[in-house]
Structures are given as structure tokens and as C-alpha cells.
Design a protein around this ligand. Structure first.
Ligand code: IPM
Ligand code: MN
Length: 359
């Protein structure tokens, strides 16, 4: 029988993006060989270099092209010569919206041997997942400006949510929590936590809260539920990260708290993310940027990219291979001196080799 083959769009992107992406590819190819499937990577050159040359970010034809693949794997996008907003909106957000990747899946996990700035906390305390809604809220770009450039200028940017968008995100989070509890019954003690700001955002916050309570009590009555205001959640991420298992939140709050999450798990070198459409094409990426000053030096940390590539295997349905990648990362981080670029005790490619050989 022919091996199962997955077609993957590979967008290395800018700066150190291609270097870390390459290590992700290396590791998942090793896992594929071991677990009897095949990954077919097709490279695309979207990013700053193409934009600076042609003025093009992500042409509409690219969206149609992306839909032909099983998944997208992205290194990093961003360049100091490109004005902020152009590549973010033109590539990253366009992809999320056009492919309806409505879940942003961000594990906050402290790997063994990795230093956290949180005194007294270890890998058993920092291991949760933030489900960030990824297509709505302030990110929709609704709003506008009048009297531009005058002392009377008015700008608005609206937080937009409809019940369907809220419900589909909550359902994903509840189902994830149910699966995690089933795999590890001790996790049933921990709640699924809704994070918002309903004491001030009384319209959107109320929509999220009611939807959370209704769905939770009706369809997931066995799951403990909790609610945190987002400012308080920031405090608890630092003071009591062990309280969290699955946290679900709207788009902008999710953006902000997951950078904090990345820091408590040891930095952007280890933080992975998935932009997921459960019924469509998802995109996986390290959370870190293109780190221009480290480009081409073979010193950037590829662990986040490798983690994202492993996450991609899981979403493709290759659960055993994904678990093997995760185990290989767990076996590798204790050997590294640091997770910071240039201080790992290994080069980028050597870290990739270490993980690959542990798969
Ligand atoms: C992220 C990034 C993006 C976001 C930017 C680059 C548009 O910060 O993925 O968290 O705000 O979502
Ligand atoms: Mn962000």
C-alpha cells in the first residue's frame, strides 16, 4: 500500500524564519519515516523580501493555492524596512481570515531544564493551553477615523463578536478540556477558565460569559468552569500558573496573555502556536519573530518551530508521531545550556539534529 502522504505549504519567510522552519521540517520528516507516512513540502516565498521587490504580500491566488494543501508551516514574517502593519495584515491576518483559522492554539509548557523567570515554579506547575479566538474582535478592523490629523481627530476600532463565532471557539475549548481530562484524570480537578473583562466590556464580555455558562452547563456539565478578568489572569499566570489547564479567551486578550505565557515557559525560543481551522487548512508557526540580527548565524533557537511542526502532525491526525516529537523535545531541552539565541551551547542545526535523533 502507498504511504499516506500529506501536502504541506512551507513558508520560511524572513530573517531567521527559514532557518528554524528547516529544523522543524527535519524533525517531522524523521518522525514521518519512523511512523510510516510522508510529508511533501512545497516552498512559497511570501514575506518581506517578496513584498519589497514586487509590492505583493499574499495575492488572492495564493489563498486558493493554500487550500490545496493539508496544512501550512510558517517560519517567521517581518523586516525592519517594512512599515508595521503591512505584512501582519497582508499575510498573517489575511491567512487567518481567508482560511477561517478560528482557533489560535498556544500551549504554555515549561520543558524540563528550561529556565522560567517564575521563582519556585517547575515543569509540573506550568503546563496549560490558551485557546485564543482568532478571527473576530478588534482584529476584524472595523472602525475608522474622521478629522484625520486635526486636533479633533476621532479614531475607533471595534470589538466585534457574534454568537456563532463565540460558540465555535468555546466548543473547541470545552472539547479539548474533555479530552485532556480523559487522558489524565487528575486534570479534572482543574477548571476550564474563561478570560475576559466583563466588568467593563459589558456587551462583549457578557456575550462570552453567557455563552460559556450555557454551553458548559448544558453540554459539558462534568467540567469545572472558572472565569477570570483578563487583568487578574495576568496576575495568576505569574503567581499561580498551576491553576490553569485550558484557558479560553477572545482575540486581543489572547494575543496579550500568550506573550506573557511565552515568557513564563522560557521565552519565544520555545513558544509554538497553531492557527487552526478544524475543518480546513491550518497554519503552524513559532511565536517568535524574524529576529533579523541573528539571521544566517545558525544561533537561533529552533525548539518553538519544532514544537509547531509537531503540533501540525497532531492536527493532521498523526498522534503517535506528534507525541514522539514532543518526547524528543523533552529529551533535548535538558541538554541545552539556555533557550536564548547564541547561548544554547549548540547551533540551530545541532539542536535540530538532537531532537531528530531522539524521535
Ligand atoms: C501573534 C502576533 C500577531 C497577532 C501579529 C503579528 C499580527 O502578535 O500571532 O500573536 O497580533 O496576532
Ligand atoms: Mn502576539
Amino acid at each position: 500500500m502507498a504511504k499516506k502522504t500529506y501536502s504541506i505549504a512551507l513558508i520560511g519567510g524572513d530573517g531567521t524564519g527559514p532557518e528554524v522552519a528547516q529544523e522543524g521540517v527535519k524533525v517531522v520528516n524523521t518522525a514521518a519515516a519512523k511512523f510510516g507516512f510522508k510529508l511533501n513540502f512545497t516552498p512559497y516565498d511570501f514575506g518581506a523580501a517578496r513584498y519589497l521587490k514586487t509590492g505583493e504580500t499574499l495575492p488572492d491566488s495564493a489563498i486558493a493555492e493554500m487550500k490545496k494543501h493539508h496544512a501550512i508551516f510558517l517560519g517567521a514574517i517581518g523586516h525592519p524596512d517594512v512599515k508595521p502593519g503591512i505584512l501582519e495584515l497582508g499575510i498573517l491576518l489575511k491567512m487567518r481570515f481567508a482560511l477561517d483559522q478560528y482557533i489560535n492554539f498556544r500551549p504554555v509548557r515549561l520543558y524540563p531544564g528550561v529556565e522560567t523567570p517564575l521563582k519556585g515554579k517547575g515543569p509540573e506547575d506550568i503546563n496549560f493551553i490558551v485557546i485564543r479566538e482568532n478571527t473576530g474582535g478588534i482584529y476584524t478592523g472595523m472602525g475608522g477615523v474622521t478629522r484625520l490629523g486635526t486636533p479633533d481627530e476621532i479614531a475607533t476600532q471595534l470589538m466585534v463578536y457574534d454568537r456563532r463565532t463565540v460558540d465555535r471557539c468555546l466548543r473547541y475549548a470545552f472539547e479539548l478540556k474533555r479530552r485532556r481530562n480523559a487522558a489524565n484524570p487528575k486534570l479534572a480537578e482543574k477548571p476550564i477558565t474563561l478570560i475576559h473583562k466583563r466588568n467593563v466590556l459589558t456587551h462583549c464580555g457578557d456575550l462570552w460569559f453567557r455563552a460559556f455558562e450555557e454551553m458548559g452547563s448544558r453540554d459539558f456539565p462534568e467540567l469545572k468552569r472558572d472565569y477570570n478578568h483578563v487583568d487578574a489572569a495576568n496576575m495568576w499566570f505569574v503567581k499561580n500558573p498551576e491553576w490553569f489547564d485550558v484557558a479560553v479567551t477572545e482575540n486581543l486578550f489572547g494575543d496579550i496573555i500568550t506573550d506573557l505565557g511565552a515568557m513564563i515557559q522560557g521565552g519565544l525560543g520555545v513558544a509554538s502556536g497553531g492557527n487552526i481551522n478544524p475543518d480546513g487548512v491550518s497554519m503552524f508557526e513559532p511565536m517568535g519573530g524574524s529576529a533579523p540580527k541573528y539571521t544566517g548565524l545558525n544561533v537561533i533557537n529552533p525548539i518553538a518551530a519544532i514544537g509547531a511542526a509537531g503540533m501540525m502532525l497532531d492536527i493532521l491526525g498523526e498522534h503517535q508521531a506528534a507525541a514522539a516529537v514532543e518526547q524528543a523535545i523533552l529529551a533535548t531541552t535538558p541538554k541545552m545550556k539556555s533557550q536564548a539565541a547564541g547561548r544554547m551551547g549548540f547551533s540551530t542545526t545541532a539542536v535540530g539534529d538532537l531532537v531528530a535523533s531522539a524521535v
